[in-house]
Design a protein around this ligand. Structure first.
Ligand SMILES: *[C@@H]1O[C@H](CO)[C@@H](O)[C@H](O)[C@H]1NC(C)=O
Ligand SMILES: CC(=O)N[C@H]1CO[C@H](CO)[C@@H](O)[C@@H]1O
Length: 347
């Protein structure tokens, strides 16, 4: 799988904090996705995201993630570059997806810590990811980014925010010899406001990258999924977010709408939203959808001005907030409005 190579080159830029957005459609016509990301009111950007559609063992798979960094961008950037590659190449990715996800999280965290040696000790990252394999949606989470679905019109959180004041999290930290202390908010060791994360070398015994994973069936009642960093969830409730984008068929427009709303409500943090719309539930029950179909039999999703849209199949649609990988973000998706970039102070 060579689709990650392009993420490595970098160029520097300073910049305005113009938001980026983009999106795409799965080759099998079963889902579309969109993303929108903004540095928000402050100028540095530590949110990253990845959206990919790929084929593994004949299955179309979708991989979506939001990675909110702290203490610098190193951990979030690393996770964005490596987590999904590690996952897709896991031998049990299709047969035992849950274990593969746990392993990939653990492995990616270990490799990150190795690669950083003693630098960037404070860098860490959340990961809120959604993996689509056939009619299964697996949501895995570490930290306080959040996944919410709309099922049958109702907003349902499908991840739990990992905060140090949660009883079981606090217990786990204390059992490992750590402590949780109030310092503006509850913090592990008086320092970190999330109880699980990638990186965070100094707190690693307590702040683990062990994901909680929930599985959802993709059926006719599942309408869409939102993944977002706390820049959204700090100012918009799950119910509000779902109600706001329910009428918006275009996933990119929906992601932008959420980002703009959070910004307008004064979110002071980085804001990154990914929206995945499930298109299986259109009235196609009688229609047989053959696998490996060629384009002539492809189902066209409703509501979507897709005529000019190209399907980024097998394209490693990696996308990124930080402008240092400008060249990758422009190849993300044909609809990418890649309006320049974000500041990403590299240190
Ligand atoms: C994570 O990986 C380390 C090193 O390979 C291993 O010792 C540990 O048991 C793993 N933890 C989990 C939860 O899989
Ligand atoms: C623009 C903005 O809010 N930047 C923030 C992104 O998040 C990091 C970590 O939370 C902050 O340090 C930045 O100021």
């Amino acid at each position: 799988m060579g689709y990650f190579n392009s993420a490595l080159s970098s160029s520097s830029q300073a910049k305005d904090d113009a938001p980026v957005s983009g999106g795409g459609l799965s080759h099998n016509g079963k889902f579309s996705y969109g993303y929108a990301s903004s540095a928000g009111k402050r100028s540095s950007m530590e949110d990253f995201y990845d959206t990919r559609i790929d084929g593994v063992d004949g299955e179309t798979v979708g991989l979506f993630g939001v990675f909110d960094g702290h203490g610098g961008i190193r951990a979030a950037e690393y996770v964005k570059k490596n987590l999904f590659s590690n996952l897709i190449s896991h031998p049990k990715f299709i047969s035992d997806t849950k274990s593969a996800i746990s392993d990939a999280y653990n492995h990616t965290d270990n490799e990150y810590l190795k690669s950083e040696n003693n630098h960037h000790k404070d860098a860490g990252s959340t990961a809120s990811t959604a993996i689509l394999v056939g009619d299964r949606l697996l949501v895995a989470n570490v930290g306080d980014s959040r996944a919410v679905i709309c099922r049958g019109g109702t907003a349902i959180a499908v991840s739990r925010d990992h905060k140090p004041d949660q009883t079981d999290e606090r217990q786990r930290i204390e059992d490992a010899g750590g402590f949780v202390m109030w310092a503006g908010t509850w913090r592990v060791g008086g320092v970190l406001a999330v109880s699980r994360a990638f990186g965070d070398r100094l707190l690693k015994q307590y702040v683990v990258a062990d994901p909680e994973i929930q599985e959802e069936k993709v059926d006719s009642s599942l309408e869409f999924l939102i993944l977002a960093s706390d820049g959204l969830w700090d100012v918009v409730t799950n119910e509000e977010a779902v109600a706001m984008i329910k009428p918006i068929g275009d996933a990119e427009e929906a992601a932008k709408r959420l980002m703009q709303e959070a910004y307008q409500r004064g979110s002071a943090d980085n804001i990154t939203c990914v929206v995945v719309r499930f298109l299986v539930n259109e009235d196609t029950s009688s229609q047989v959808a053959p696998r490996n179909q060629d384009t002539s039999s492809q189902v066209a999703p409703r509501n979507q001005g897709t005529s000019s849209q190209v399907t980024p199949h097998n394209q490693g649609t990696s996308s990124q907030v930080a402008p240092r990988n400008q060249n990758t973000s422009s190849q993300v998706a044909p609809r990418n409005h890649g309006t320049s970039s974000q500041v990403s102070p590299h240190n």
